[in-house]
Design a protein around this ligand. Structure first.
Ligand SMILES: Nc1ncnc2c1ncn2[C@@H]1O[C@H](COP(=O)(O)OP(=O)(O)O)[C@@H](O)[C@H]1O
Ligand SMILES: [Mg+2]
Length: 221
């Protein structure tokens, strides 16, 4: 999947003239790249990631995913594209604490129409892939932060996305867990999954193939 944005803008509603969060970003990301996005708090990183991930819409500019204009898609097509092509990983995991690790990974499979033993087997194999074999029945509260984030990565992989978008995935983790999560992300990237990761950590950013530095809603370099 090629990501291509030109003159991308986002103005949030509010105040007299709204709040400009993105002020004209142009860039492309090729299939298989691992790109980090850095910049000061409030510069628009999450806004950008949410637009790339079709969770939010730009108010200006163009966004093409694999050559296709995704800004003008119907809500239904956007949801389907998001479900089939994109996996999300968030700083605060976004797991359901009353469900087991396995059930958390089953959720997106269920939305995509899967069910039964086949679905549970797939969820178990995804958990094994991120090193959580044997922890299927634990709830998030019974797991460490690093383990929770690995459940979230397994869930993000459920529908075999071509792109993983991670918003400060190691932001709540100690350095050992951060390393585990980065190893998981690098392994997925080696399998061909495109990764766009927002991070505050300059050392992590330096390890990715490319870094987009943002400032005040623009790309600095
Ligand atoms: N839903 C929203 N409504 C209004 N303003 C928002 C909203 N989300 C973010 N903003 C504002 O847009 C700017 C960029 O936010 P964000 O993309 O979250 O930055 P970052 O992730 O780099 O910290 C900030 O000034 C923030 O306050
Ligand atoms: Mg953010």
């Amino acid at each position: 999947m090629t990501i291509h944005c030109s003159d991308l803008a986002k103005v949030y509603e509010g105040g007299k003239s709204g709040w400009p969060a993105l002020r004209g970003l142009s860039f492309g990301i090729k299939p298989g790249e691992f790109v980090s996005v850095t910049g000061p708090s409030g510069c628009g990183k999450s806004t950008l990631l949410n637009i790339i991930g079709l969770l939010d819409e730009p108010t200006g500019g163009a966004y093409r995913l694999n050559g296709r204009d995704v800004v003008t898609l119907s809500d239904e097509e956007r949801s389907r594209t998001r479900r089939d092509e994109i996996g999300f990983v968030f700083q605060s995991f976004h797991l359901l604490n009353r469900l087991s690790a396995l059930e958390n990974v089953c959720l997106p499979l269920r939305y995509a129409g899967a069910g039964g033993d086949e679905m549970r087997a797939r969820a178990a194999s995804l958990l094994a892939r991120v090193g959580l074999h044997g922890k299927e029945k634990k709830t998030p509260l019974e797991l460490s932060g690093g383990e929770r984030q690995r459940v979230a990565i397994a869930r993000a992989l459920a529908n075999s996305p071509k792109i993983i978008l991670a918003d400060e995935p190691t932001g709540n983790l100690d350095s050992a867990s951060s390393r585990e999560i980065m190893d998981s992300l690098f392994a997925l990237n080696a399998e061909g999954i495109t990764i766009v990761m927002v991070t505050h950590d300059k050392e992590l950013a330096a390890r990715t193939g490319r870094n987009i530095r943002m400032r005040d809603g623009r790309i600095e370099s």
